[in-house]
Design a protein around this ligand. Structure first.
Ligand code: GLU
Length: 496
């Protein structure tokens, strides 16, 4: 029956911080499953913890989702028939569900403070946080009246059956089973009248028609309570799938110690949304078969299957993410490259359309031509300003080792001086020189000194670009133009 139900999945973050890798991976798997199956992807903000939830965190999560391109069909800013999609706006709904369970006796009032519970656990030789000892399960009317008389407010706990077990067939882990006598009666409604996460999530998942709860494996221990709550409310139980933990290189749960963990940090590191999505998808899932790990979004949707999600923890590998990012950068269309590059250059305060030498007539022609010279070396947005800075400023980064090796001797400096002289002498003064003209001058200068062209090209490249590797040197000369070529050669020739 439930197999034929419409597929509705959700991402339900608590807005207590940024969107982290773990949450983003959860969101992505839900999104992929919805897009793959033609189901619906719902975003619900779980902000019942008033002390820890903030509007900034909600905004950061929405920004992160938008940056990743994980669009939601229902939720904040998208509407939908099952709203509101902020739990803080659904308190009446939880109250009604709790009333139903109070009436049947499935929820009972508990007047213990957490200090009292902990003190009793310690007195019994257990850990303070060993759990609740079912102290208030069978309170009499008199006892309740006494507590109320003391001005105590109850929390409401869900009665766990004494016998049997609570289990489910996890989509990712297979059967998970908990003996009921090992479960304690957990709180559904707190003393302040707010529902706990565990109770609100059940009410919402039911009322929002969620068919599959796909979430991190840190929620496995919550699932028995949630199943018991579904049963107490007489509701169908959705399918559960708990995704494997994400570990750092030391096989400990990924945290800030390992490096960037928030989606926004990755965007600042020059990671493309498509690359991030591609890499996150591989954290616990693989399409099977051998070969490529680089997938466009549409390919991921086509290939994704919950059956291929692995239950073993997934290691987060920053190098692999960078590799995948480089592959995505290489696959970009020239137009997309340009759109990513212009703001990076402007951030450096560089003129993307410098007056010096603009071979193409439209305003973005120069940067477009510069990018063309990079070809397959367009593989890191972070390194890009360093890589192409010499096209835009005379104050470009210098590779110190290259400068020492190629410009640190009199012979090299002498050759550069001669090349500068030849450029001034032989190239047209009033119009831009072509690549071919630069090449002729270079070769003639080498011939005149009985040198190989390479003997001048290597130091010239370092002088003009600050690097040992760049685009074809004649292309560089053509793009930066004769006056700059001469000035840079002279600067290097005169250096001590
Ligand atoms: N608000 C919960 C969290 O952020 C979501 C749990 C769930 O998906 O059921 O961990």
């Amino acid at each position: 029956m439930s197999d034929q139900k419409e597929i509705r999945v959700r991402f339900a973050p608590s807005p207590t911080g940024f969107l982290h890798v773990g949450g983003a991976r959860t969101a992505l798997f839900n999104w992929l499953y919805a897009r793959k199956t033609g189901g619906k992807f719902i975003l619900r903000i779980e902000d019942t913890d008033q002390e820890r939830s903030t509007d900034e965190a909600t905004a950061a999560i929405l920004r992160g989702m938008e940056w990743l391109g994980l669009d939601w069909d229902e939720g904040p800013n998208a509407g939908g028939d099952c709203g509101p999609y902020f739990q803080s706006e659904r308190l009446d709904i939880y109250r009604d569900a709790a009333d139903k369970l109070r009436d049947t006796g499935a929820l009972y009032p508990c007047y213990c403070t957490s200090d009292e519970i902990q003190a009793r656990n310690v007195a019994k030789g257990e850990e303070a946080f060993a759990g609740y000892d079912n102290h208030c399960r069978e309170l009499t009317a008199e006892q309740i009246a006494t507590f109320e008389g003391e001005g105590r407010k109850p929390s409401w706990r869900l009665r766990t059956p004494d016998e049997g077990s609570t289990f489910w067939y996890d989509i990712i882990y297979d059967k998970r089973e908990f003996p009921n006598d090992a479960l304690t009666d957990r709180v559904a409604i707190k003393q302040d009248g707010f529902p706990t996460y565990n109770f609100a999530v059940v009410v919402d998942d039911h009322l929002m028609g969620i068919s599959h709860c796909l979430r991190g494996d840190d929620h496995v221990s919550n699932t028995p309570f949630q199943i018991l709550a579904y049963q107490a409310l007489g509701w169908d139980i959705p399918k559960f799938g708990h995704m494997p933990m994400i570990l750092g290189a030391d096989r400990k749960r990924l945290s800030k110690r390992h490096g960037a963990t928030s989606v926004e940090e990755f965007s600042k590191m020059g990671i493309l949304p498509d690359a991030m999505v591609n890499y996150l998808a591989l954290l616990g899932w693989s399409p099977g078969g051998s070969g490529d790990d680089v997938f466009a979004r549409t390919e991921l949707i086509k290939k994704f299957s919950l059956k291929k999600v692995n239950s073993a923890p997934a290691g987060f590998d920053y190098d692999k993410l960078n590799h995948i990012n480089a592959q995505h950068l290489k696959r970009l269309e020239p137009k997309q490259r340009l759109a990513l590059t212009l703001p990076l250059l402007q951030e450096q305060g560089w003129d993307v359309d410098p007056e010096w030498r603009v071979p193409a007539s439209n305003t973005q022609g120069y940067t477009k031509l510069v990018l063309k010279t990079l070809g397959g070396r367009f593989s890191s947005l972070l390194r890009l300003p360093e890589q192409i800075g010499f096209f835009f400023t005379d104050d470009y980064a210098l590779d110190e080792a290259a400068v020492a090796e190629h410009l640190g001797n009199d012979a090299a400096r002498d050759r550069l001086g001669r090349l500068a002289d030849a450029c001034e002498r032989d190239l047209p003064a009033d119009e831009p020189a072509t690549k071919e003209a630069f090449e002729d001058v270079m070769r003639a200068t080498a011939d005149a000194s009985a040198l190989e062209a390479g003997d001048i090209i290597h130091p010239a490249r370092v002088a003009l670009t600050g690097q040992t590797r760049s685009a074809g040197i004649f292309e560089v000369m053509w793009l930066i133009g004769t006056p700059r070529v001469v000035a840079r050669l002279r600067r290097a020739a005169g250096a001590e």
